[in-house]
Ligand binder design. Structure first.
Ligand code: CDP
Ligand code: CDP
Length: 228
């Protein structure tokens, strides 16, 4: 790699962004940052502190408490991954469940939550050599990122991937429920007013409906090599 780069990976839910970014970062010797984990951690904090009632976020109560939320990523050498910590506690598994997934998009529309997470993401990128995945990395967090890739795939294929992932973890969740969550999050993420999910004009579009993870990583590496 000729220079130190910021690589922005955006796209729809369950396209394989974080799995792919992790493998890309490993191959490049870069750090992977999963920006979605930050919005998930804020959501977990809201659940833990009764700031969600009847599927409604108590925005007025959550916003003044954002400074109580310390989010960190710590490297775990056993699985070669960064794991997410909330106020010193490992929450990596808890933030991936369907409860957090069901409320994360309504939390991520709150402008103060976005400002809070974006500031943290920008801080993590000061030394470059990162692969960051999310929804608005190439548009808002790092509009001058060296390489921007926008990944998509059909909703059914994405839901099937997520369904199989839950199954591998021993969780039986009806496919229709997983599909509904994927579609609903796409809708909320793309239509929110503040920093919506959209492809940056200078991002390369990668549809991986018919690509497995290894093929997706290979396609991304080709894009990086061609643009560097
Ligand atoms: O992995 P998955 O695609 O299911 O989602 P994620 O990347 O963990 O992100 C969870 C949610 O956080 C998304 O559905 C978005 O609502 C929000 N998010 C966001 O708004 N902006 C980002 N940069 C990353 C995530
Ligand atoms: O971060 P994002 O929500 O975009 O996706 P992910 O959490 O990296 O991947 C969701 C699931 O899809 C994981 O179980 C991946 O292994 C799987 N996947 C796949 O089966 N085929 C791909 N081409 C990409 C991901």
């Amino acid at each position: 790699m000729k220079q130190d780069l910021i690589i922005a990976i955006d796209g729809h839910s369950s396209t394989g962004k974080s799995s792919m970014s992790k493998l890309l970062a490993k191959q490049l010797g870069y750090t992977h940052i999963d920006s979605g984990a930050m919005y998930r951690t804020v959501t977990l904090f809201a659940f833990q502190n009764d700031l969600i009632e009847n599927n409604q976020v108590l925005v007025d109560q959550l916003v003044p408490r954002l400074d109580e939320i310390l989010i960190e990523f710590r490297y775990n050498a056993d699985n070669n991954c960064n794991e997410t910590y909330l106020n010193g506690v490992n929450v990596e598994e808890e933030i991936r469940g369907l409860q957090v997934s069901s409320m994360v998009s309504p939390i991520a529309v709150i402008p103060e939550v976005r400002d809070y997470c974006v500031a943290l993401q920008q801080k993590m990128g000061v030394n470059k050599r990162i692969v960051m995945d999310g929804r608005d990395i190439g548009t808002t967090v790092f509009p001058n990122a060296d390489i921007k890739i926008f990944i998509t795939a059909s909703a059914e294929i994405r839901a099937k991937r997520r369904f199989l992932e839950y199954e591998r973890e021993g969780k039986t969740i009806p496919f229709d429920e997983v599909l509904a969550n994927v579609i609903e999050r796409d809708h909320i993420d793309s239509t929110r007013e503040y920093s919506p999910l959209r492809k940056a004009d200078d991002a390369i579009l990668l549809d991986n409906s018919n690509l497995n993870l290894e093929e997706t990583v290979a396609a991304a590496l080709k894009i990086i090599q061609e643009h560097n």
